[in-house]
Design a binder for this molecule. Structure first.
Ligand code: NAD
Length: 292
């Protein structure tokens, strides 16, 4: 079994980006600038945004964090998005999801200039991804594709099963892995909460991408011998033995599944760090050949 080490791989990617930032400076090109908008006080969102901002600082990007209370109105948020769209110094920005219930997420995502949409959530980028055109790939699927590529995991002709059909993970994963690309060229089955006989479908998977948000849902008896297992899940499970009162669990029972598979991502240290590295790659792409 080979561990798909997202921590080490993302570190390597960040070093490559940092070198690129230095090379850009020497050529008189602009230092990439990522902005993040955080609405409300959700603990997990605060953690995600602060790791993104810290990652920017470490690799030499400029970063801006715009924090607003959960009482922020949709109009105020749309105004912030508009200002970021128009600010030439900002190459890319993200609006951290989920947003408070009174804000229409779709309307906010639609208002983002697709050329600054480094999360890859705007319909224009999603459509371009589906057609295999240049675009910003959504960060988590992009990170998984890079892990598969860098570990040279064979994908062509393989049976791939994706569990979960969210717009940010499951659905784009199913599209990317079915495309005529390397990695790619899989025969993909996308499964979800209404899927019947999930276990028998999963048992056929040469490559299994698990993104349903249920701790340790996939167990060793469900997985084919030699399968490649990508665990996207991040769930806080109460654990009194930990100082913070919880532990982070994936959607895969690592102990039983790792005994059967050829490659597996750990949680933490697998897909999570790759997501941030991909966001940084998208921001570098957004800065393009702009000059200071
Ligand atoms: P989501 O919560 O939006 O949707 C879950 C999906 O799972 C749905 O499509 C649903 O149909 C499916 N599902 C639910 N129960 C099922 C069942 N019993 N059998 C089959 N399918 C079932 O999903 P999401 O936003 O993609 O998040 C999934 C998990 O991945 C969460 O734990 C989330 O925290 C994590 N996540 C991690 C990263 C990362 O960077 N590592 C990024 C995004 C999401």
């Amino acid at each position: 079994m080979i561990l798909l080490d997202g921590k080490a791989t993302s570190k390597a990617i960040k070093e490559e980006i940092a070198a690129e930032v230095n090379a850009r400076r020497e050529r008189g090109l602009k230092t990439p600038h990522l902005a993040a908008v955080l609405i409300g006080e959700d603990g997990a969102s605060q953690t995600y945004v602060s790791s993104k901002v810290k990652a920017c600082e470490r690799i030499g990007f400029v970063s801006s964090l715009i924090r607003k209370p959960s009482s922020t109105s949709q109009e105020e948020l749309l105004q912030i998005v508009q200002e970021l769209n128009e600010d030439d110094d900002i190459d890319g920005f993200i609006v951290q999801l989920p947003l408070p219930k009174h804000i229409d997420e779709q309307e906010v995502l639609l208002a983002i200039d697709p050329s600054k949409d480094v999360d890859g959530f705007h319909p224009e980028n999603v459509g371009r991804m589906a057609l295999g055109l240049p675009c910003y790939l959504p960060a988590t699927p992009y990170g998984i594709m890079q892990l598969l590529e860098r570990y040279e995991v064979p994908t062509s002709g393989k049976n791939c099963v994706v569990i979960g059909r969210s717009h940010i993970v499951g659905s784009p994963m199913s599209i990317l892995l079915s495309q005529n690309n390397e990695p790619g060229n899989c025969t993909v089955t996308l499964t979800h909460s209404r899927t019947q006989n999930l276990e028998s479908i999963v048992k056929n998977a040469d490559i299994l991408v698990v993104a349903l948000g249920k701790a340790e849902f996939v167990t060793g008896d469900m997985v084919k011998e030699g399968a490649v297992v990508i665990d996207v899940g991040i769930t806080r499970v109460p654990d009194a033995s930990k100082e913070r009162g919880y532990r982070i669990a994936g959607d895969v029972d690592f102990a039983s599944v790792s005994e059967k598979c050829s490659f597996i991502t750990p949680v933490p240290g697998g897909v999570g760090p790759m997501t941030i590295a991909s966001l940084l790659k998208n921001t570098l792409q957004a800065a393009g050949d702009k000059r200071n």
